[in-house]
Each structure stands twice: as C-alpha cells, then as structure tokens.
Design a protein around this ligand. Structure first.
Ligand code: PEP
Ligand code: MN
Length: 337
C-alpha cells in the first residue's frame, strides 16, 4: 500500500500518518519527491483497509501496489534513484561505464588496466578478488591481496572500485575496501548475502540470476532495500536459453521493462551477455539504445593470458574504440558521457 500525501501536507501530517502505520505493526518508508511525499507501507498489507489512512489529514489518496516488489517499484518511488559513488553519479543523465579485468591477477595487470580504462573514459574500475568459478579447479581469485591491489589502483587513478562479494562472512572484509558490492549471477538468490549487504550503506550492484525472471530479480533487490540499503543498481548480464552459440542470451527486453517497473538504475554487461569479445561493442551500443544507464565491460591487457574470461575481454585499444563510438551515440539518446 502507498499513501500519497497532498502537495501542501505539513511535516506534522506526514509524521502522524507514519505513526498510524507503525501503530498497526507495519514499517513506514517515507519518500520525499520534488512534487509530493509518498509513504510506503512495508509488510503484508492485505488486512489493511484504505480508509484507515484515507481519512487522515494531509492524505490525498491510497494506492495498492499490485506488484510484489514494493520498495523497488516505480509506483512507490516515481523519480529515478541516483547512486553517488565518490563523486560519480549513477542513474542520472550521464552514462557511466565500469571497466576492468574479470579478475585481479597481479599488481602490474590491475594497474596497467586501470590507467588504460581511465584514459579511455571509464568512470569506475572493476576486478574480481573472490571469483565464483564453475569449477573448483579454476583460478579462485587473489582474495584480500586482490582487494589491496584494487585499492592501490583506486589510489593511483582516482577511479572508484567495484568487486564481487560471495558470502555473508566476506561482507566486512570486502566492505573494508570496495566502493560498490557486486552480487554475481550465481548469488542473486542468496538471501542471507542480500540481507548482509543490505545492512551496510555501500551501494549494491545486483546482477540478474542466469535462470531468473525479472520479477524474481526485483524481489532480490527488495531484500536489499528492505534491509535498509536504498543504493541498488541492477545489471542485466544475460540468461540461459536454448541458444549455445553465445555464452548467454542478453535479454534486451529487460532493460526498458525495468525502466518502467523500477526507479533503480539499470546497467548491462555485454561481456558476460555474449561471451565473445567481438560481439561486445555492438551489444553494448544496443543496450544503451534500449535505455541502460551504464555498462560493465571486461578489459584485459593480454586477453590470451587471462586467468578468467579472456575470450570475452577487450584489449585496451579495442575498449578505447568502443568508448569513442559510445561518445558519438549518447547525444542521440539524450544522454551525456
Ligand atoms: C563477473 O562479473 O566477472 C562475473 C562473474 O559475472 P556474473 O556473475 O554475471 O557471471
Ligand atoms: Mn568475468
């Protein structure tokens, strides 16, 4: 249930409604928009009647949110959410590109990549330190040493960093270093992990589960939001279909659909979405054309030597070319870069 306050409602009237919501055993989530204040009733609101709130002073109307995700829904929060990370605004007019290697492999590899992607115009550096590999025999990441190297690269370039956290126990250590928590496709429904990052104030980059619907994905976002963290960014990274020619099938439909259903920023990952470096640039452009607020792209100085995802990684030179083409595209989309 959403309680829409009148344009001229006073702070006391808003507080009175919040008190009434809480007195009935629900949590009230207040959202102050430029036009009006909206109060979301969090919890199973089926026993509530509209008139419990409709008659209170300052209330304009009571709406029922039909979708099961509430805090994530645009009904509840009509304006776009913007996430600020060390001066970089995600979800605004500017297209934000995150780039870097799949995994941090060495000091020279992450520093070389960081300087190259910064030079090309990336705003945030990516790199995995804890890697969710399909095989236990594959490179698992450098762990805390990888986090230290990422922090050193941030220091050297000024780029904020994003890295994956795989378990609730690792949230404190990863949170000590990172500017954004990445939740990978394999953990989209790891509810204990979602709640653990939801109890922090560090932004969460939530990738779509490779076998999950958009609604299930938004319910996962709801876990983070309802744990108290409003800074969630969604990332379409491709789903499993019958097609095997590409690693995944990037669900381009999900991008404009999400822009309708939710106020959260929407990113796309054409690297994992395709699995092939020579498909990354065209799919990246398609994602922006479909309305994505940004991209995450894997870049490696020597893809043939990469310890993970070399076949989908761009060399710095190719990444520079891609960024150049995006800079030509974004004005036509009414965006900046
Ligand atoms: C990654 O970003 O390197 C990664 C493992 O992504 P995903 O969880 O989407 O597979
Ligand atoms: Mn990867």
């Amino acid at each position: 249930m959403i309680i829409v306050m009148k344009h001229q409602a006073t702070p006391e009237e808003v507080q009175h409604v919040v008190n009434q919501v809480e007195a009935r055993g629900y949590r009230a989530h207040v959202s102050h928009g430029t036009e009006r204040t909206i109060i979301g009733v969090v919890g199973d609101d089926r026993p509530l009647e509209d008139h419990h709130f409709e008659l209170l002073p300052g209330v304009e109307k009571v709406l029922r949110v039909l979708q099961p995700f509430k805090l994530a829904s645009r009904d509840f929060h009509p304006e776009d959410t913007m996430v600020n990370v060390r001066g970089v605004t995600i979800g605004g007019r500017e297209i934000v590109v995150i780039a870097g290697p799949c995994a941090v492999e060495s000091r020279s590899q992450i520093l070389e990549t960081a300087f190259a992607v910064k030079e090309a115009g990336a705003r945030i550096l990516r790199g995995g330190a804890y890697k969710p590999r399909t095989s236990p025999y594959s490179f698992q990441g450098l762990g805390e040493q990888g986090l230290e190297l990422l922090a050193e690269a941030r220091e050297a370039t000024g780029l904020p960093i994003i890295t994956e956290v795989m378990s609730p126990e690792d949230v404190p250590i990863v949170g000590k270093y990172t500017d954004i928590f990445q939740i990978g496709t394999r953990n989209m429904q790891n509810y204990a992990l979602l709640q653990a990052v939801g109890r922090t104030s560090i932004p969460v980059f939530l990738k779509r589960g490779m076998m999950n619907t958009v609604q299930e994905w938004l319910m996962s976002a709801e876990y983070v939001l309802s744990s108290g963290n409003s800074q969630v960014i969604l990332c379409e990274r491709g789903i499993r279909t019958f097609e095997t020619a590409t690693r995944n099938t990037l669900d381009i439909n999900a991008i404009p659909l999400l822009k309708q259903w939710t106020h959260l920023p929407v990113f796309a990952d054409p690297s994992h979405g395709t699995g092939k470096w020579d498909l990354v640039a065209p799919v990246a452009r398609a994602c922006l054309a479909a309305g994505a607020d940004g991209l995450i792209i894997e870049v490696h100085p020597h893809p043939e030597q990469a310890l993970s995802d070399g076949s989908q990684s761009l060399k710095p030179e190719r990444f520079r070319e891609l960024m150049e083409s995006l800079r030509q595209l974004v004005p036509a989309l009414g965006r900046t870069m």
